[in-house]
Design a protein around this ligand. Structure first.
Ligand code: FMN
Length: 361
C-alpha cells in the first residue's frame, strides 16, 4: 500500500511566501519572462528563470540586460545560477538580488556534457569542497537579502561515494544557511533515462526534518504532483516538462488539492494562453523574428494537449513566419475541437515527455 504524508497547502521559501506547493521549475531554453508570465496568470505561485551562467550576469551587454530586467509583474521569481568559481558565483548572485530576483538558486544538477566538462552544474556533486565554497560565497554576497536555495540531483552516479557526497553537500548547505533544497532524484549520469527515484525523496525528507524540501522528477500531470506530495512528504514540487505548453496544470493541482475535479483546458483557453505568451515575448526578444523560435517551441508543446495532437504538431511545426503564427494557432485550436468533449482531466491525459535536455542558459 502507498504511504501518504499530510500535504502542506502553503509553501514558503525562507521569508518568501509562495502558496500553492507546485511551482514552475527552472527550464533552460524555456522559462523566460513569457513562460513565467503565462504560468503565473494560470495559477503558478512562483517561477524560476532558466539557469544562467554567472559570467553572463557579470558581462555587460544585451544578454545581461535581459537577465537583469525583472518587471513588476514577475514576482515572486527565482534566479538560478551556474558556474564553477565561488567568487564570480557570489558576485553574480548579488547582481541578481539587486535586479529584483526574490530567491537565488544554485544549480548542482545540469547533466549536459558541455556543462560537466566545464565543472559546472551536476559536475559539482563530485566536489563537495567547491560546491560548499560556492554556497558560502553566495550566502556571503547575498547577505540575507534573499533566500538562497540549492538544486541537486541525487548524486553524480549510483556509487556509494556519490551518495556520501550528496549528503555532505546537502548537510553542509543547510548548516551554512540555505533556505530550501530542490532534489531531482535522478543521478547526473542517468541524465533523463529511467525513472526519477521518488523513494529517495522520502529518505531526504526523513534526513532533513523540517527543512524546506522540494521534489522534482516525472511530474507529468496534476495527479503526479499530488502523488509526489503525498508519497514523499516534500513541502512542494517544481513542475518541469509537465508544464511546458501546459500552464493549466497549476489550476488543476489547486483543484485536486481542494477536492474538486480538475478540468482540461478548452481550445479557446489554449489559444488565449498562446496569444498572451506571444504578446509578452515580442518586447522581451525585441522583434518578431527573434521571438518566433522560442515561442514556437512552446506552441508546439501546447499542441501535445490538443484533442488531435499529431495533427496539431504537423500544423504548428510548419509555422515559419511570425505573421503566420496566430493565424495558424487560431486554426489549430479552433472551438470545433471541443464539441462534445469531456472536460474532466484524467490520469490517462498525462503527456509522456519528449524533451530530455537541459541546455546551458
Ligand atoms: C528542457 C529542460 C531544461 C531544463 N533546465 C533546467 C534549468 O535551467 N535548471 C534546473 O535546475 N533544471 C533544469 N531542468 C531540470 C528540470 O527542472 C527538472 O528537474 C527535470 O526535468 C525533472 O523533472 P521532470 O521529470 O518532471 O521533467 C531542465 C529540464 C529540461 C527537460
Amino acid at each position: 500500500m502507498r504511504q501518504t504524508a499530510a500535504v502542506k497547502r502553503q509553501l514558503a521559501i525562507g521569508g518568501v511566501a509562495i502558496g500553492l506547493p507546485a511551482v514552475q521549475a527552472a527550464l533552460s531554453g524555456y522559462s523566460d519572462l513569457a513562460m513565467r508570465t503565462v504560468a503565473r496568470e494560470h495559477g503558478a505561485p512562483f517561477a524560476i528563470n532558466e539557469v544562467v551562467l554567472d559570467a553572463l550576469v557579470l558581462q555587460k551587454g544585451k544578454l545581461q540586460r535581459r537577465i537583469l530586467n525583472v518587471p513588476e509583474h514577475d514576482h515572486p521569481v527565482g534566479g538560478q545560477l551556474m558556474g564553477s568559481q565561488p567568487e564570480t558565483f557570489g558576485q553574480a548572485a548579488r547582481e541578481l538580488v539587486r535586479a529584483g530576483y526574490d530567491t537565488i538558486d544554485i544549480n548542482f544538477g545540469c547533466p549536459v556534457n558541455k556543462v560537466l566538462g566545464r565543472r559546472r552544474g551536476g559536475w559539482l556533486l563530485q566536489d563537495p569542497d567547491t560546491a560548499l565554497a560556492i554556497v558560502q560565497s553566495v550566502l556571503d554576497a547575498v547577505q540575507g537579502d534573499a533566500p538562497v536555495t540549492v538544486k541537486m540531483r541525487r548524486g553524480s552516479d549510483d556509487s556509494p561515494v556519490a551518495e556520501r557526497r550528496f549528503w555532505e553537500i546537502l548537510d553542509g548547505a543547510i548548516e551554512r544557511g540555505v533556505a530550501a533544497a530542490t532534489v531531482h532524484p535522478r543521478t547526473v549520469a542517468q541524465k533523463y533515462v529511467g525513472p526519477s527515484r521518488w523513494r529517495f525523496l522520502k529518505q531526504v525528507r526523513a534526513h532533513v526534518g523540517d527543512f524546506t524540501l522540494l521534489g522534482s522528477g516525472d511530474l507529468f500531470s496534476a495527479f503526479d504532483v499530488v502523488d509526489m506530495l503525498r508519497e514523499t512528504g516534500v513541502d512542494g514540487v517544481t513542475m518541469a516538462r509537465g508544464c511546458i505548453g501546459n500552464p493549466f496544470v497549476f489550476a488543476q493541482v489547486a483543484a485536486l488539492l481542494a477536492g474538486d475535479a480538475p478540468l482540461r483546458p478548452t481550445c479557446a483557453q489554449q489559444r488565449a494562453a498562446i496569444e498572451r505568451h506571444w504578446q509578452v515575448a515580442l518586447p522581451f526578444y525585441g522583434d518578431p523574428r527573434r521571438a518566433l523560435p522560442p515561442v514556437r517551441m512552446h506552441v508546439i508543446k501546447y499542441g501535445q494537449y490538443h484533442p488531435e495532437p499529431i495533427w496539431a504538431r504537423e500544423q504548428l511545426v510548419r509555422v515559419r513566419r511570425p505573421e503566420d503564427l496566430l493565424e495558424r494557432v487560431a486554426e489549430v485550436f479552433a472551438d470545433r475541437f471541443d464539441e462534445g468533449r469531456d472536460r474532466e482531466l484524467r490520469r490517462e491525459h498525462a503527456v509522456a515527455p519528449a524533451l530530455q535536455d537541459c541546455r546551458e542558459g
